[in-house]
Design a protein around this ligand. Sequence first.
Ligand SMILES: Nc1ncnc2c1ncn2[C@@H]1O[C@H](COP(=O)(O)OP(=O)(O)OP(=O)(O)O)[C@@H](O)[C@H]1O
Ligand SMILES: [Mg+2]
Length: 322
Amino acid sequence: MIELKNVSKFYKTVKAVNDVSFNVEEGQTVILLGTSGCGKTTTLRMVNRLVEPTEGTIFVNGKNIQAQQEQELRRGIGYVLQHTGLFPHYTIAENIAIVPRLMQWNEQKITERTRELLEKLQLDPDKYFHLYPDQLSGGQQQRIGLARALAANPPVLLMDEPFGALDPVTRAGIRKEFMNLDELKRKTILMVTHDVQEAFEMADIICLMDKGNLVQMGKPTELLFNPANDFVKNFFSDQRFLLGLQSITLNDVWHNLKEAPANEKAYAVDPASNLLEVLEMLSSNNSSITNYVAQNGKGSKSVTLPVILSAFSAYKTMEGHG
Ligand SMILES: Nc1ncnc2c1ncn2[C@@H]1O[C@H](COP(=O)(O)OP(=O)(O)OP(=O)(O)O)[C@@H](O)[C@H]1O
Ligand SMILES: [Mg+2]
């Protein structure tokens, strides 16, 4: 859906982006991760032609973006900016309706779509429709930024640090909310963050960048357990254990779990749970539950603390994840 081929952007002597190639498949969420100044935003903005590459080619939906009108291209690509980028003199409704108006939707359709998006993002349309951005909290503004990007239902979404302006607690909450939105599940998403935790929660694929270079691209578990070099290894070193537990599910370690005997009183554990969730559940100390069982198409397994820990160790040392 999005394809970068040997793309570079040079500013005089600065190699902001250096010979980067990658694909984002339809429906995938790919995250550009890396420290400040590594070239994430520049890479993102080349996809909707806010920045023109010095070298290389970019395709969106199979078409070379250089061969398209910028306006035309951007209508198919929602863009969420780091600091929301809402227009202060426009109401919430006017901000959301910018692209639909450019596309000359009729007013009734625009109003319906705006109200629908506000509702989906947990903001009462009657209350927020006519307010201005500075009357909203940071988290609410972030939601409006997303609503604006989604308004004309573009198949592709670019998001630059969409939660960057928020405190950690609000950030985690809104992230969960976004991830549960049906509208987002169908999109092809290229997103920028420097937050490792965020990248692991949201990404199908992570592109780790350093000094303009794409150092490694892969599933979160691949970067974590099969790092391409010391840079990748060190990048995750202080959170390795936690990230590992979060990115592996019971299904992933299924063959290392023990068959569970039939037991009606057993507490059913979702096999799609990650190991951190499972450990939290097991240690929550609910003494009325003595037996945890996970069940999927392949059978049922009992879930205990020692088994989970040993399955985790076995997974970590296994080669070629995913
Ligand atoms: N318009 C510009 N003119 C000159 N240099 C630029 C320009 N835009 C970006 N750069 C440089 O290119 C490099 C990459 O910048 P970019 O904004 O892509 O980084 P980033 O990874 O998004 O960083 P951050 O996490 O701080 O947002 C930096 O060294 C930056 O100074
Ligand atoms: Mg940036």
